[in-house]
Each structure stands twice: as C-alpha cells, then as structure tokens.
Design a protein around this ligand. Structure first.
Ligand code: NAP
Length: 269
C-alpha cells in the first residue's frame, strides 16, 4: 500500500489462492512465459502444459525457481490428452481461475508460398491448432472454471489486414478472434471472461518460422506511433491485467500491444 497525497493506492496484483493453466511455453522468449511468469510472480498456483516430452526438461528448468509449479503434457489437437490434462488439473487444483492460450502452428510451406496455393491439409492444421484449440480448451475447462475466471489468447494483426507471408495464419487468427467473441458471450453468463491480446512482432521460436520476420520487425518499429517494437514484458503486463479483476468489465475484446502500430494509416515523415 502506498500513498499519494491523502489517497491510499495499491501497487501490484495479488493472485495468491488463484490457479492458472498456461499453454504454449517453449522457452523464456515465449509469449506464454511472458504472461505465465507474471502469474507466478503475483502468487498464482500454475500448471504449464507442453506439447511433447521433448520440451519438458527445458520447461522444468525455467520453472525451477517457482516451487510447487506443475507441468502436464498436452497436444491441443488431441482430445484424449486434453481430457487427461483437465483431469490432472481437477485432481491437483479442484478448480481453475485463469487460462493462457499461447499456442499456434502452421506448416512452414504454407507461409513460404502464395496464399492461393494453401492446401486443404495445411489450412486444416493451422486452423485446428491455432483457433479451434481455444474452443476445445474452453469446453474442457468450463466445468472447472470459477466465477470471475478469465481466459486470454494471443493473436496478430494479420487477422485484420494483409501481412504478406502470414497467409493461412492470418485466417487462423481471424477465426481465433471471432471465437474469442463467441466464447465471451457464452461464458459471460458464468462471469468468465475471454479476451485476445494482439501482440506486435516479437522474436520467438514461432516467429522464426515466418519468412522475412527480421525485416517485419524493423518495418513495424518504423511505422509504430511509439517508434519501436512492443516487448514481451509489455505482453506479460497486459496479460496479467486481462486475467485479473482489474479488467473485470472487459470481455470478448482484442486488445493491441504493438507500440501503436495498428492505429497508423500511413507513415511518410
Ligand atoms: P512460441 O514460443 O514458439 O510458442 C508457441 C507454442 O505453441 C509452443 O510452445 C509450441 O510448442 C506450441 N504448440 C504448437 N502446436 C501445439 C500443439 N499442437 N499442442 C500444444 N502446443 C502447441 O512462440 P510465441 O510467439 O510465443 O507464440 C505464442 C502465441 O503468440 C501464438 O499464438 C502466436 O501466434 C502469438 N503471437 C506471436 C507473435 C510474435 O511475433 N512472436 C505476435 C503476435 C502473436 P512446440 O514448441 O512443442 O511446437
């Protein structure tokens, strides 16, 4: 508690007693980690899910300073693995307050060529992993979610405007943002909120698979109102805000953390 003039004010967000599932952390650069680490620092009890055993040792190393943090294996396209992850959460936590969905994938070939050449198989893979998974995660989580619960997913501006080479992932992100609104409507009667964070480009493993990503970073910084790229730390802070009660009146929204890139129509100065 601090004091400004005669008005008391609180600094920090205390999430002790809250439980969270964080999906999609590969390493310390992952945007899932940017939010997950904030949840841990705020005192939430967390379980981090990983796609395959290959990732487990690195994840456990990352989580080592946070005693009592759990991990669970789950490929989001596998119904049986989703079922067993949520059974584990029920057994360990009893209920769930927050979910961070930071999962996306499109076959590299679908982002190297022309959008018009997208195969049906690549389309299905990208939309299944990157958009449908939010719906199936929400369905499996629903019985466990506490009143006041909150779900956050990660999206990108290519859902709204053409970003060359983003291709089918742009379509997947458009479906993800629309799914966020439909889920927000349906879960709203239980006082569970669902929001999307639209992050500017950031160096992560997933971003490396986007052809020309480095020049995308510098172009974005040039155009942005703040004349720089947003940071994963800023994604983390927005994630914490959208999960916590500070944002209790906000649901179904796509909120940008892109240093003011998306507000610009043109830049010629
Ligand atoms: P990241 O560190 O590579 O995270 C993506 C995660 O998705 C990885 O942990 C990956 O696991 C996981 N994943 C992929 N397929 C999966 C599946 N079938 N089941 C379970 N997990 C699966 O990259 P990131 O950039 O932080 O991505 C997180 C989210 O942020 C994504 O939705 C991405 O589109 C979004 N985003 C990123 C940027 C950016 O510029 N980086 C900008 C806007 C939005 P594996 O490592 O095992 O494949």
């Amino acid at each position: 508690m601090g004091r400004r003039g005669n008005l008391p004010y609180m600094i920090g967000i205390d999430l002790s007693g809250k439980t969270a599932l964080v999906m999609g952390v590969t390493n310390s650069y992952s945007l899932g980690w940017a939010i997950g680490e904030k949840l841990l620092q705020a005192g939430a009890k967390c379980i981090f899910s990983y796609q395959g055993e290959r990732l487990k040792p690195a994840l456990e190393k990352l989580l080592a300073p946070y005693e009592g943090t759990l991990t669970g294996q789950c490929d989001v396209t596998n119904e049986a693995e989703l079922e067993s992850l949520f059974a584990q959460i029920k057994a360990e936590f009893g209920s769930l307050d927050y979910i961070v969905h930071a999962v996306a994938y499109a076959p590299r070939a679908s982002m190297e060529g022309r959008f018009v050449d997208t195969t049906q198989e690549d389309w299905n893979t990208a939309l299944s992993v990157s958009a449908y998974s939010l719906v199936s995660v929400a369905r499996h989580a629903e019985p466990l979610l506490n009143e006041g619960g909150s779900i956050v997913t990660l999206t990108y501006y290519a859902s709204q405007k053409v970003v060359p080479k983003y291709n089918v992932m742009g379509i997947a992100k458009a479906a993800l943002e629309a799914s966020t609104r439909y889920l927000a409507y349906e879960l709203g009667s239980k006082n569970v909120r669902v929001n999307a964070i639209s992050a500017g480009p950031m160096r992560t493993v997933a971003a490396k698979s986007i052809p020309g990503f480095t020049s995308m970073l510098s172009k974005a910084a040039e155009m942005a109102a703040l004349k720089r790229n947003a940071t994963s730390e800023e994604v983390g802070k927005l994630g914490l805000f959208l999960l916590s009660d500070l944002s209790s009146g906000i649901t179904g929204e796509t909120t940008y953390v892109d240093a003011g890139y998306n507000i610009m129509g043109m830049s010629f100065e």
